[in-house]
Design a protein around this ligand. Structure first.
Ligand code: NAG
Ligand code: NAG
Ligand code: ZN
Ligand code: ZN
Ligand code: ZN
Length: 473
């Protein structure tokens, strides 16, 4: 009876469960779901859509991921996964330039499907030695892959639903009408084709549009997405098809991030997360005008800054916010600005004149109202700055600042700002907010240009007295 049960279930399941749901957008306008059998061909889809729309199926064109699909293909064979949007267009009845052009670009003539593309090779140089050679991707070596990576070699950070690194899918639309009705003259073959505008052309098959330029974008492949729910491409993350161990934990993981250093060092995503958090805590990110606030290869290789800063989304929402705050602060400092020294504030200010009096303006949603002296960063005063020293005057100053802090803290309501106020003090020398982690009161300013050593409690240069009294709080 066991055998009979198996026989029944295998004979039933293909009939009942394998229905493909295809989301059809008709003539770039209204969309509707169409249910077809799993093995259905494009011709059958045309017949169904023709029946629903009351038009002759032979005049319909089916466009998906930059290609027109030909009648004989099965939807499955075109990598049309469930709930993908496929465009069906009905060209005007007079033979148009559109339909002639599309004949030249029939699928199968040199253009790879967007769903089977692997561009990771374009992020790996072939000239360097060592790991790069091992890492170089090669479509004919699919047997080496971990799991089944044949379909997706794109990764995105899905910030709306998954809040995680996910396999992505590459899609294309017409630059002019933003519809997926464009058929490509050739597929992209490197990341530059995808990222840089105006490199790939095609013909928009929509009857109201003469667009010829392709615009690529990525979506999270883990769930159905709205048209506007696009994700940033993480071009350094790729499937670990060559099973290279992580530079930090030495485990063989997939996917991995491959740095753009000469060695193409590989790091697993978990270790990359740890690397980012640690560097962020130490304020060791580098502000580079063309790139932004970024990190080099974890091995410290030269010229290896990560150029797509969306990779730092792996920090998670809360830490990523901190990352953006630090980035803005570094920017302000490099532009010759100052950071408000009020605890818990740290707003970046670009004073309009050279005067010593700087006001952290209330009312713009950022400022705290503190008015301070640009030179000594204490509350604004007439006359010369008071010299900060390491002894008695230092502690007098400290009492004053703590009072100020208590007063300012009472003005904030949000818990997160409270936390910042409690765990952050400005470095007494350069005024960059420094977070305290761990129990030690001996602080070192993490900015490479500063490295000032100071006491968390006294807010003065670290000295013998502090060492004796409260090294460990
Ligand atoms: C494609 O299929 C549709 C629907 O069966 C049919 O009407 C049309 O003539 C076919 N076109 C070609 C070029 O074979
Ligand atoms: C996307 O569109 C939907 C409705 O069409 C809207 O509710 C949502 O806010 C939009 N999302 C973005 C990120 O624009
Ligand atoms: Zn997602
Ligand atoms: Zn690792
Ligand atoms: Zn400092």
């Amino acid at each position: 009876s066991f055998c009979r049960l198996v026989a029944i279930s295998t004979s039933i399941s293909p009939m009942v469960s394998f229905v493909l749901l295809v989301y059809v957008r008709f003539n770039s306008r209204h969309g509707f779901l169409v249910e077809v059998e799993q093995g259905a061909s494009v011709a059958e889809l045309k017949e169904t859509v023709g029946r629903l729309q009351g038009v002759q199926p032979d005049r319909l064109r089916v466009i998906f991921a930059g290609r027109e699909l030909c009648n004989e293909s099965t939807l499955q064979g075109c990598d049309l996964p469930e709930q993908s949007t496929v465009h069906v267009v009905l060209p005007p009845s007079t033979s148009s330039q559109h339909s002639e052009l599309v004949q030249q670009h029939r699928p199968g003539r040199g253009m790879e499907s967007l769903t089977r593309l692997d561009l990771s090779g374009s992020r790996l140089t072939s000239v360097s030695e060592g790991l790069a050679v091992i890492l170089e991707t090669d479509a004919s070596r699919q047997g080496n892959s971990i799991g089944h990576t044949a379909h997706s070699s794109f990764y995105v950070f899905c910030k709306t639903v998954c809040k995680a690194v996910q396999p992505g899918k590459l899609r294309v639309h017409c630059r002019d009408c933003k519809q997926g009705t464009l058929t490509l003259s050739r597929g992209p073959c490197c990341w530059d084709d995808v990222f840089l505008p105006n490199r790939i052309h095609g013909v928009c098959q929509s009857q109201d549009c003469d667009g010829t330029v392709a615009e690529f974008y990525l979506k999270c492949a883990a769930h159905p997405t709205c048209d506007n729910d696009t994700s940033a491409a993480l071009d350094l993350i790729m499937p670990n098809t060559r099973r290279v161990p992580c530079i930090a934990c030495t485990d063989i993981m997939t996917p991995v991030l491959v740095f753009q250093c000469a060695e193409r060092h590989v790091i697993c995503l978990e270790c990359f997360h740890l690397y980012c958090v640690t560097r962020l805590n130490e304020r060791q990110f580098i502000q580079e005008p063309l790139v932004g606030y970024s990190l080099p290869c974890a091995a410290g290789c030269p010229d290896s800054l990560i150029k797509e800063v969306h990779h730092f989304r792996v920090l998670g929402d809360e830490q990523y916010e901190r990352y953006q705050r630090y980035a803005a602060e570094e920017c302000v400092l490099q532009m010759g600005g100052v950071l408000c020294p009020a605890p818990g504030c740290g707003a970046g200010l670009l004073p309009v004149d050279d005067g010593r009096r700087v006001c952290c303006e209330l009312g713009n949603g950022i400022g705290c109202g503190f008015v301070f002296c640009r030179d000594c960063k204490a509350e604004y005063h007439e006359g010369p700055c008071r010299q900060r020293t390491h002894t008695a005057t230092g502690s007098a100053l400290q009492g004053y600042i703590v009072d100020e802090e208590a007063a300012l803290r009472a003005r904030w309501e949000q818990a997160s700002q409270e936390t910042i106020a409690e765990t952050t003090h400005p470095c007494p020398k350069c005024q960059v907010p420094v977070e305290k982690n761990g129990g030690c009161m001996h602080m070192v300013c993490p900015r490479p240009q500063c490295k000032f050593e100071w006491c968390w409690l006294c807010r003065v240069e670290w000295n013998r007295e502090c060492m004796g009294n409260h090294w460990f709080g």
